[in-house]
Design a protein around this ligand. Structure first.
Ligand code: HEM
Length: 318
């Protein structure tokens, strides 16, 4: 084989490789490429302060709110990308079936009233500027910071989707999924094992219904009875959750599988141990993984709108 042929073969291979990477980035990461932390600096400079103030107020009455808000961002991004679709209510005229009724959200996802309050405050300050999808991304970061966790720069500029996806919402990770299923669901969205272990670290705060827990409900308890996800520091964002896992005491089976599943030893378990021993390392990785999750693009493209009312696509204000 001549040197020039070898060279052109190598060149062609790298062009093909670059094309494949482009396809991957376009299918999952394109939104990230178009986002910028300074997106509202000119059009709505008070955005972060407004979101923070509403969450702080809500937190006084309900300590669980920060946890509930970050979970909304997760359930939004995992279904059709981070496009605020989770916030849409049923709307027969617009042929919209809400994602709020799928098993992972029904009588479980909460905090929608706080998102409404944030949106109302933002519409008062700068009408039609800040997307509902960006509200969820910002609320997630602020919630973690308020609970004592890391803060990070949130890329902004998402647009709101005009449709929901029930099939995909039905496929949200389940607390009863084996580890390989969880890994696959994350991998399909460009998130690796480190992201999985870091992001599940959000179970360092908030509550779960006993029907979803490893020990299930005790006699006489209703299936909706709440338990703290982190029994040591229930409302603080720290790395205690990983210590609980190491003692085999995680609330959700989907938490514990990161140590107990047969494939955990060579995948997730070493990461759990690492984060348990080093909170700084966990915080750093958590922030990186949150930005990655927040970059998941709407598969339908970027033809969304800026909703005036996060629950409706037809521009009606509240
Ligand atoms: C690996 C996949 C995951 C599964 C199977 C899962 C499952 C669950 C379940 C079953 C609950 C309790 C819901 C209820 O009882 O009503 C819960 C709560 C929660 N999840 Fe996850 N989760 C996962 C990943 C995540 C991620 C990636 C985040 C955020 C980055 C997150 C944040 C939370 C928070 C903060 C709560 C408490 C919410 C509240 O108190 O309102 N979870 N999760």
């Amino acid at each position: 084989m001549s040197a020039s042929f070898r060279f052109s073969l190598a060149a062609r291979c790298s062009v093909l490789l670059a094309a494949a990477v482009m396809v991957l980035v376009l299918s999952h990461g394109a939104q990230g490429a178009g986002l910028s932390s300074s997106f509202y600096d000119g059009s709505c400079p008070g955005t972060r302060d407004i979101v923070r103030r509403v969450i702080q107020d809500a937190r006084v009455a309900d300590a669980r709110i920060p946890a509930s808000l970050i979970r909304l961002h997760f359930h939004d991004c995992f279904v059709n990308g981070c496009d605020g679709s989770l916030l849409l209510d049923d709307d027969a005229q617009a042929a919209i079936m809400t994602e709020k009724n799928v098993p992972a959200n029904d009588r479980s996802a909460r905090g929608f009233g706080v998102v409404d309050n944030i949106k109302r405050a933002l519409e008062n300050a700068c009408p039609g500027i800040v997307s509902c999808a960006d509200i969820l991304a910002l609320a997630a970061e602020i919630s973690v910071e308020l609970a004592g966790g890391p803060s990070w720069t949130v890329p902004l500029g998402r647009r709101d989707g005009t449709t929901t996806n029930i099939e995909s919402a039905n496929n949200l990770p389940s607390p009863f999924d084996p580890l390989e299923t969880l890994q696959e669901k994350f991998r399909n969205l460009g998130l690796d094992d480190t992201d999985l272990v870091a992001l599940q670290g959000a179970h360092t705060f908030g509550r779960a219904q006993c029907q979803f827990t490893q020990r299930n409900c005790t006699a006489g308890q209703s299936e909706g009875a709440l338990v703290n996800l982190d029994g040591v520091t229930p409302d603080v964002f720290d790395n205690k959750y990983y210590g609980i896992l190491l003692r085999g005491r995680a609330q959700l089976p989907s938490d514990q599988v990161m140590l107990s599943d047969p494939v955990a030893a060579r995948t997730t378990a070493p990461i759990v141990r690492r984060f348990s021993g080093n909170q700084k390392d966990f915080f750093r990785n958590f922030a990186v993984s949150m930005v990655k999750m927040g970059n998941i693009s709407p598969l339908t493209g970027r033809d969304g709108e800026i909703r005036k009312n996060c629950r409706r696509i037809n521009k009606k204000p509240y």
